[in-house]
Design a protein around this ligand. Structure first.
Ligand code: C2E
Ligand code: MG
Ligand code: MG
Length: 696
């Protein structure tokens, strides 16, 4: 039953409940009425029969006194006027039938049940079919006999059966009516719920949470509608918030937070799109890879906040020069890219880039500070240089480096012969480039000693790459790569700046007249902006030029001797010292050597290693020392590892020395304790340092 009920629709349930309730009420009412009616009919009958039996009993008393049975029978005769009386019997004291009466001639045999056994008792009994009334016949206080009257209850029962039929008919009509009414009234409740359910379904299907349901009443249903509408409002608000944050996140994911330009991700997508369009329309396209020149210097000397402002100013300037149809993006750091679409001729790109460089070179004013910024631009063309996104980017990048190597404020179209770099070296190069950005590069400092006195005279700055996977990478492994890719230029600038800043700090803190030797690579030396870079570094770090010594090798000078000498002279004028590193391994052309405005020769460690062991090497070391003496140059031996080597060098009159015997190259953090020991003129300082150096 419960299962059946559960299966019904809400409408069915309501109809069922209303109909059932009203029918039950009707049935109960009807039963109550029938019961009352039954009781009242029986009472009436009893009372009537009792009155009748009393009267007849009195009439029979005289007949019984005189023992006149006929008179007694006559006294019973009036009972015939009451049709529902079946019969009556009059018993005498001996319980013998004194007189009888039967309504029908066909004597009702049930009358025989009326015996005198229950004589002398007043009262009545009801059976399902008869009512028996007993009335004692009394005369002057003496009981003469007993009158018994049997009444047929058929009349009462017939009335009840009649009522039953009427009731049943009424019940059916009523049930039908109740069902019809319930079925129609239940709509008042089920219709709103149905419409609410329908609205819910539509809303959840269409996801249209702006929809509202129409309230139809002020009752609980009304408040259900209100609650539903409230819930929709909540969802709508939450949806809007979600949408906003999605839009915001999407914007963040595709834009550079600083300049608000497209970022690498969006740029990639746009380039893919532009390329597809160019392929479809058979048009040309250019990718310009823009890198600001010496931006790192600005960041290091004026702070990152200032650097950020510069980047914003530059991006604004570039935005004003980019057409609506073209894309400008910031790839990170000081690298920007532009996609130029629908080009007619490659020359157009050249003209555009020249204009861009001109505009970028205009003075930028930030917080009352005037800046002259330039950029290097590499250009790759579709379809000439590459026909997919990655190749276009790579070739534009290579071209940009080429432009940077040639000097600042230049642009360069990509050409196939630039692509000597293999993919692997590009990968490593990329890692190296990010190494600089991610501060994975660090400097170690190796002390240089005046051999005669044992005094500390300075340090040589030696670069280290703290690779996240490979650990500490030797410069012998990555400097050639940096050299080949041109990355040595920005890296070298960083080394110069960091070493000079460190030396300035040492001089200020320990008041020692020390010098910092910095290695310069061939490409760095040939770079047109080296002199300017050094001047800038000295200006920014406030280090005296005499405290900086640049280590160059013979080979890098021999390529273009005149130009190199010119550059060396410029350093000379500036007051920066020059030393020839790894002396003896290159040309060692005495003809040129005398023309070089240098102050020091550095004997290569390969000769020092075999000093006193190999006669040739000993001879070379000795002659280099002699040569430098005759030329009035200082001489320093590198790679001193043993006391024997040291003694031999001292004997020959070598001025300075550097090597593991004194100390390995030290990280910045290890410098204070070393410098502290040299602060007071302590003859033991050197030997103490020599003892301690194994710790590093
Ligand atoms: P280098 O300029 O001739 O530097 C001397 C090298 O000899 C350093 O190696 C130093 O650690 C090592 N050395 C010093 N004393 C001893 C010793 O007693 N025994 C031995 N066996 N070795 C000793 P490092 O640091 O590995 O540098 C190697 C080369 O990498 C340098 O040779 C230099 O040419 C280049 N390099 C290092 N830092 C820089 C830099 O900042 N810029 C450039 N362009 N080149 C650098
Ligand atoms: Mg060196
Ligand atoms: Mg060397």
């Amino acid at each position: 039953m419960k299962k059946l009920f559960d299966k019904l629709s809400l409408r069915g349930k309501l109809t069922f409940i209303i109909t059932l309730t009203s029918c039950l009420v009707l049935v109960l009412t009807f039963i109550a009425i029938i019961a009352l009616q039954w009781m009242s009919l029986r009472n009436d009958l009893l009372q009537d029969t009792q009155v009748l039996s009393r009267g007849i009993g009195e009439n029979c008393a005289a007949a019984m006194i005189f023992n006149d049975q006929q008179a007694a029978a006559l006294a019973l005769e009036p009972l015939s006027s009451t049709p529902h009386i079946v019969g009556a019997r009059l018993f005498n004291k001996k319980q013998e039938i004194f007189a009888e009466f039967y309504q029908d001639l066909a004597r009702d045999s049930s009358i025989d049940q009326l015996s005198a056994a229950i004589i002398l008792r007043q009262g009545h009994t009801f059976s399902s079919t008869y009512l028996d009334v007993f009335e004692p016949v009394i005369y002057e206080g003496e009981t003469l006999g007993q009158l018994m009257i049997r009444v047929d209850l058929a009349k009462v029962n017939n009335v009840l059966i009649h009522y039953g039929w009427v009731g049943l008919t009424v019940f059916f009509i009523y049930s039908l009516l109740a069902f019809l009414l319930a079925n129609s009234f239940q709509r008042l409740i089920s219709e709103p719920i149905k419409s609410l359910a329908l609205s819910m379904r539509t809303i959840s299907q269409e996801k249209n949470y702006s929809h509202r349901v129409q309230k139809c009443s002020q009752d609980e249903l009304g408040s259900l509608f209100d609650s539903f509408n409230d819930m929709l409002s909540e969802i709508e608000i939450r949806d809007q918030e979600l949408l906003n944050s999605k839009v915001h996140l999407e914007h963040q994911a595709h834009h550079d937070p600083l300049t608000k330009l497209a970022n690498r991700l969006l740029f990639h997508a746009r380039l893919e799109h532009s390329l597809a369009r160019a392929k479809r329309m058979k048009s040309r396209l250019a990718v310009l890879y823009i890198d600001l020149d010496r931006f790192k210097n600005i960041n290091d000397s004026l702070g990152h906040d200032f650097g950020d402002k510069v980047l914003c100013a530059v991006s604004e300037r570039m935005t004003s020069l980019v057409r609506e149809a073209d894309t400008l993006a910031r790839l990170g750091g000081d690298e920007f890219v532009i996609i130029l679409e629908q080009l007619r001729r490659n020359d157009d790109v050249g003209r555009y880039v020249e204009k861009l460089l001109r505009e970028l070179a205009q003075t930028i004013k930030i917080s009352d500070q005037k800046l002259h910024l330039t950029a290097s631009i590499g250009i790759s063309l579709y379809p000439d240089n590459a026909d997919d996104v990655d190749s276009l980017m790579q070739t534009a990048d290579i071209a940009m480096y080429q432009a940077k190597n040639k000097g600042s404020n230049l642009y360069q179209f990509y050409s196939a012969d630039m692509n000597s770099n293999t993919r692997e070296s590009l990968l490593l190069e990329n890692q190296l480039r990010s190494a600089l950005k991610n501060k994975q590069l660090t400097l170690h400092y190796q002390p240089q000693i005046e051999l005669k006195t044992g005094n500390l005279i300075g340090f040589e700055a030696l670069i280290r790459w703290n690779h996240p996977e490979l650990g500490l990478v030797s410069p012998l492994d990555f400097v050639p790569l940096a050299e080949a890719s041109g990355l040595i230029v920005p890296i070298g600038e960083w080394v110069l700046y960091t070493a000079c800043k460190q030396m300035k700090k040492i001089q200020e803190q320990w008041q020692l007249p020390l010098r910092m030797a910095v290695n310069i690579s061939p490409r760095q030396f040939l770079h047109p902006s080296l002199v300017q870079t050094v001047a800038e570094v000295l200006y920014r770090t406030k280090l005296k030029p005499g405290s900086l010594e640049l280590e160059i090798t013979e080979s890098m000078v021999m390529g273009n001797v005149e130009q190199s000498i010119g550059k060396m002279n410029e350093f000379n004028k500036m007051g920066v010292e020059l030393a020839i590193d790894d002396f003896g391994t290159g040309y060692s052309s005495l003809e040129y050597l005398k023309k070089f405005p240098i102050s020091k020769l550095k004997i290569d460690q390969s000769f020092v290693r075999e000093l006193g062991v190999d006669a040739n090497d000993t001879a070379i070391v000795n002659s280099v020392i002699a040569l430098s003496k005759s030329m009035g140059l200082e001489v320093i031996a590198e790679g001193i590892e043993t006391i024997e080597q040291l003694d031999l060098l001292k004997e020959e009159g070598c001025d300075q020395g550097q090597g593991y015997l004194f100390s390995k190259p030290l990280p910045k953090a290890a410098l204070p304790s070393l410098l502290d020991s040299f602060l007071v003129t302590d003859p033991e300082a050197l030997s103490r340092m020599m003892q301690n150096n194994n710790g590093y």
